[in-house]
Design a protein. Structure first.
Length: 679
């Protein structure tokens, strides 16, 4: 237990303000006060997927049982929500004489109430979208310190915490007990929110009348759910799904039935088409204490699914059910899908999606004929198994603690196997980047967020871009991945001491570059060939097939720059080569021409788009054009046209000048930007 660090008066004020933005306000809210109560602090961030994952099984249960009584109560509540004069409530709540704030508040209140009154996944998604839009509007009206994400976390978080508390109640709990569950839910969410960010509460409390919030909430409840029937019916539905508890106020039947696993609700985005609901069957299997959810795509539905692929929609989405930490969540897809999808569109992608993560497998990365030969079976006997699992925290605690990592997401393990009966082949390496997504606990700061691959107690930086609370990771092999926050600087570059401060801090925060010590970066020092190659390897998340092999006699894995196989990985990728004597000379300072050669090869490796090059740029524009050797001319021109390395102020390129550590940071960031592997 953590004692709430604010006064009772402050707790009451904050709690009352939050009620106006809780989804239960429209259907289940009550006047709630913390009154000195201690509460366990829950996670600070909540998202729509979390809420949908909890509500979707309830919707399925209601549909299966044809619970007309419950649905009618909700429909009645929806009707009342539409009748309410939300502008009047908002005008009373908002103290500022600002019509824009009042209008925004009215829209948000109604959106929150409608979200709570959803009765199906589609309805919920529509209302969540509306909530997102109105949250953005109110955030803009109430000040820059309030974000739409924070508002949604309060609203969605309260609904989730209320649901979690209802699970523990008796199915015949009184209305007072249900109301107490709501009070505790709201209190826990507000405590959590404020402990992480006080701006939200501070801004709202300056603009909201707490007394009017209490009065308005009471009136809304009286009009929308006067007898508490919706609250009681919802409790029954929760108990039915969670525990199979018979009886209760919802009139849903007497036979225990926890409900079948359901895929998470996922509305297809641009370019996406979702696998039809009847094309996949979900099985829940429990054996020896291990729970598995297996989503099987039906072989007789393959043609129908492939038919969804078109020029504008070439991403096929397969949503999986909600699984807990440590449970196995897998998809099983007939091999024929990959063969036929490739024939339809070689660039098509299968996107296996859970609430916490997703795996975007290019269909052309799977060669069914080759896999069938290796398995010794006919091609039509092969299926592809994809798992997207939340890793048990205890399994990775060593890596997290030893490396002092600050996770802001669950640790997710991705695997792909070809299976046929009791035979299986793991597919762990790909010839191109395979995208995977991870949803975090909060919105990310792209410059201070990193995606890491965990292997034992070691970690490896991986290329990733971030938008909101989702990270997209680019990697050619499978393993366990986590998103972390890291804010790194050095005393000799901080506060404008070096022109490359931004680039150094950004890449250091992503665990790509490191200092000479924990506090010193040494920006003006020359960088060696080994250091430069290792940095390219880390930047692109390269993993060596054989980290301990002796690629170059003078660069064993006992060498610091190759201790994790970085040099081996860069050599295997064709990015670096040795000298005529077979040595790499890792300790030799690298000059600008040599750096250009490595960078040009790295850009080829990641297929930097042709549009990134300005072909009008020519080496003749450099005063020392003649000094650029024949072996490096094409590479120098390539990086010059891509804007990666330019000339000096005197008009020269300086091919023989050494690269400095600060210059290197700028170059690497530009390469990653050109490859679209970093924000």
């Amino acid at each position: 237990m953590k004692r709430y660090p604010f006064s009772k008066k402050a707790v009451q004020a904050i709690l009352a303000a939050a009620i106006a933005f809780a989804p239960a306000a429209g259907l289940s809210a009550v006047q709630a006060e913390a009154a000195g109560t201690e509460n366990s602090v829950t996670a600070a961030a909540y998202n729509a997927n979390d809420l949908a994952a909890k509500l979707n099984p309830i919707y399925a249960e209601l549909k299966k049982q044809e619970n007309a009584a419950f649905l009618q109560k909700i429909k009645d509540a929806q009707t009342e929500i539409g009748k309410l004069d939300w502008n009047t409530y908002a005008d009373r709540i908002v103290t500022a004489n600002d019509q824009a704030k009042v209008t925004a508040m009215a829209t948000l209140l109604k959106a929150a109430a409608n979200m709570a009154a959803s009765t199906s996944p589609d309805e919920l998604q529509t209302n969540l979208t509306q909530l997102s839009n109105t949250s953005s509007t109110i955030a803009a009206q109430f000040g820059k310190n309030v974000s739409a994400q924070e508002i949604q976390e309060l609203i969605i978080g309260t609904a989730i915490e209320f649901y979690n508390r209802l699970k523990t109640l008796n199915p015949n709990a009184t209305e007072a007990e249900i109301n107490t569950a709501l009070e505790n839910a709201v209190t826990a969410v507000i405590i959590s929110s404020i402990q992480n960010n006080q701006d939200l509460a501070t801004v709202f409390l300056k603009n909201i009348s707490i007394d009017e919030v209490k009065k308005a909430v009471s009136e809304i409840i009286a009009k929308v759910d006067p007898k508490g029937e919706v609250r009681k019916a919802f409790l029954h539905a929760v108990k039915k799904v969670e525990n199979g508890t018979p009886g209760g106020g919802g009139g849903g039947g007497t036979d225990p039935d926890p409900g079948q696993p359901q895929p998470i609700p996922y509305p297809p985005g641009p370019g996406e088409a979702k696998v039809p609901a009847d094309a996949a069957v979900i099985e829940k299997i429990t054996s020896n204490g291990q729970t598995q959810f297996v989503t099987k795509v039906q072989a007789n539905k393959v043609d129908e699914i492939v038919g969804l692929i078109s020029g504008s929609n070439n991403v096929i989405v397969l949503p999986l059910p909600q699984a807990a930490e440590g449970e196995i969540n897998k998809a099983l897809i007939p091999g024929a899908f990959f063969t036929k999808a490739q024939a339809k569109d070689p660039n098509a992608i299968l996107y296996v999606k859970t609430a916490e993560a997703g795996y975007k497998l290019p269909v052309n990365a799977i060669n069914i004929a080759d896999l069938a030969q290796k398995l010794g079976v006919a091609a039509d006997a092969v299926s592809i198994e994809i798992t997207v699992n939340i890793v048990d925290a205890n399994q990775v605690q060593g890596a997290i603690a030893k490396n002092k990592l600050n996770p802001v997401s669950k640790v997710i393990e991705f695997t792909v196997r070809a299976v046929a009966g009791d035979k299986a082949i793991e597919i762990s390496k790909f010839s191109t980047y395979v995208k995977r997504t991870i949803v975090g606990h909060k919105n990310f700061n792209p410059d201070r967020t990193a995606a890491l691959r965990l292997e034992g107690e070691k970690y490896q930086s991986t290329p990733a871009v971030f938008a909101g609370n989702e990270g997209t990771i680019f990697k050619r092999d499978n393993s366990k991945y986590v998103i972390v926050e890291n804010d790194k600087t050095f005393t000799d570059i901080d506060n404008g001491r070096n022109f490359a401060e931004y680039y150094i801090e950004k890449l250091a925060s992503k665990y790509i570059i490191f200092g000479k010590s924990e506090t010193s970066y040494a920006p003006s020092d020359a960088i060696t060939r080994g250091e430069f190659a290792a940095l390219i390897s880390r930047s692109f998340g390269l993993t060596a097939q054989n980290p301990t092999a002796l690629k170059f006699p003078d660069t064993p894995n006992t060498k610091a720059v190759n201790q994790n196989g970085e040099i081996n990985a860069a050599a295997e990728a064709g990015i670096i080569n040795g000298y005529g004597d077979g040595n790499f000379r890792p300790d030799k300072p690298i000059n600008r021409a040599e750096a250009a050669i490595m960078i040009a090869k790295a850009m080829e490796y990641v297929n930097v788009a042709d549009s990134k090059y300005d072909k009008t740029k020519k080496l003749a524009s450099f005063k020392d054009d003649a000094a650029i050797g024949a072996s490096s001319r094409a590479s120098v021109e390539k990086v010059y046209q891509a804007g990666i390395i330019s000339g000096f102020a005197n008009g020269e390129f300086g091919p023989d000048k050494s690269m400095q550590r600060d210059q290197m940071a700028v170059v690497l960031e530009k390469v990653l930007k050109a490859a679209e592997l970093i924000n």
